[in-house]
Design a protein around this ligand. Structure first.
Ligand SMILES: *Cc1c(COP(=O)(O)O)cnc(C)c1O
Length: 358
């Protein structure tokens, strides 16, 4: 079986060393030394100062919305993982969907202004597959209409935009270190804030609102992460450069093998350094997409209709028609991509696809 993804696992002994140290210290959670060390390493690696390690990427989104005190309507993308929309609704705000650009698959800034009302408080956009949004255009609109900007940067580990970490853009960027992501801590996530006061607020929020042992300031939740999760992150950090390089190679192999099909792929912003987080291809028709998906499954190869369905079709949002997102979601597949994937695996996957479409 070739899965669509497999978590990277560091050498067991290296993880066990961290675990043995945790046993010695008997300090399991509540901002322990490994959490602090991982945060320091992430800040250095990602070149971003104001980062907090959290329990997952969904809590990161919820804390970001709460810390920015967003109300009313939030403009967002229909083409993302469900957590982007569910977090908005969970925080009692209303998602207002704006369709995506047909080349980048990110929210289309040209369509945003028409959806702004006097209830709009923010834009929450996803950098789809690790490909940054049109950040400059979004910033211009946000400034003009006094809106906050949150980026769901769950796919963006290591992505640079105009030479800076992509996490540095917007009021808050959130990310996920879930086991399926390029860099992971089993479960985990992070927020990066532009403003120090917002960062401090989010730091309290992840710890029940504690402002001291017997002092609370504002509402909080439990968004902390544990020493065991930080240990996985620290063990994986050593291999991040290798993981990134391997994914780039895999992308090139897929590109070569599938070249004859001339399939559409997301257009990567030329101001970005892409992290090759996903290998997404768009087939000409839904039928072709489903046919390939089934042929791969028959050959014990997993692919993922990602993202599918569009978030504007969720049963807890007002139905809105999103022609471009619906069209892309019907035709897109993410192909297997993970560290242990071999050249032979890619050969086999591409052979099945080529045979199915010829
Ligand atoms: C993975 C992912 C999330 C959710 O992150 P978790 O850590 O699993 O909660 C949110 N948004 C996007 C775009 C994701 O890919």
């Amino acid at each position: 079986m070739i899965n669509v993804t497999r978590p990277f696992l560091p050498p067991l002994a290296e993880y066990q060393q961290y675990i043995a140290d945790i046993w010695d210290r008997n300090w399991l959670t509540n901002n322990g030394p490994l959490v602090k060390e991982l945060e320091a390493q992430l800040r250095a690696y990602l070149n971003t100062e104001k980062l907090l390690f959290l329990s997952n990427g969904t809590i990161a989104l919820q804390i970001a919305i709460k810390a920015l005190d967003l109300q009313g309507e939030i403009i967002t993308t229909p083409f993302s993982y469900v957590a982007t929309t569910s977090s908005i609704v969970w925080e009692n705000c209303t998602p207002v969907f704006v369709d995506i650009d047909k080349e980048s698959f990110n929210i289309d800034p040209k369509l945003i202004e028409a959806s702004i009302t006097d209830k709009t408080s923010a834009i929450l956009a996803t950098h789809v597959y690790g490909n940054p949004c049109d950040i400059d255009a979004i910033a211009t609109i946000a400034e003009k209409h006094n809106l906050k900007v949150i980026y769901d940067a769950a796919h963006c580990f290591g992505t640079l935009y105009k030479g800076k970490s992509v996490f540095e853009y917007g009021d808050v960027s959130t990310t996920s270190f879930h086991a399926t992501k390029l860099f992971h801590t089993t479960e985990g996530g992070a927020v990066v804030a532009k403003d120090s006061a917002i960062l401090t607020c989010m730091e309290r929020m992840r710890n029940f609102g504690h402002a001291g042992p017997d002092k609370f300031k504002g509402i909080g939740i439990n968004g902390k992460n544990s020493e065991m999760h930080a240990a996985m992150g620290l063990a994986n950090m050593k291999y991040v450069d290798h993981i990134l390089a391997k994914r780039e190679l895999d992308h090139k192999l897929y590109d070569q093998r599938l070249e004859a099909l001339q399939l559409q792929k997301p257009k990567i912003d030329d101001k970005a350094t892409f992290n090759y987080a996903y290998y997404a291809v768009v087939f000409r028709t839904t039928e072709e997409c489903i046919k390939v998906f089934k042929a791969l499954a028959d050959n014990e190869i997993g692919a993922r209709r990602y993202f599918y369905p569009v978030l504007s079709s969720l049963d807890y949002v007002d139905p809105q028609t999103m022609p471009v997102a619906e069209d892309i979601a019907q035709r897109v597949l993410c192909l297997p991509l993970y560290e242990q994937l071999t050249e032979d695996d890619i050969e086999k996957i591409c052979t099945v696809i080529l045979k199915t479409l010829n």
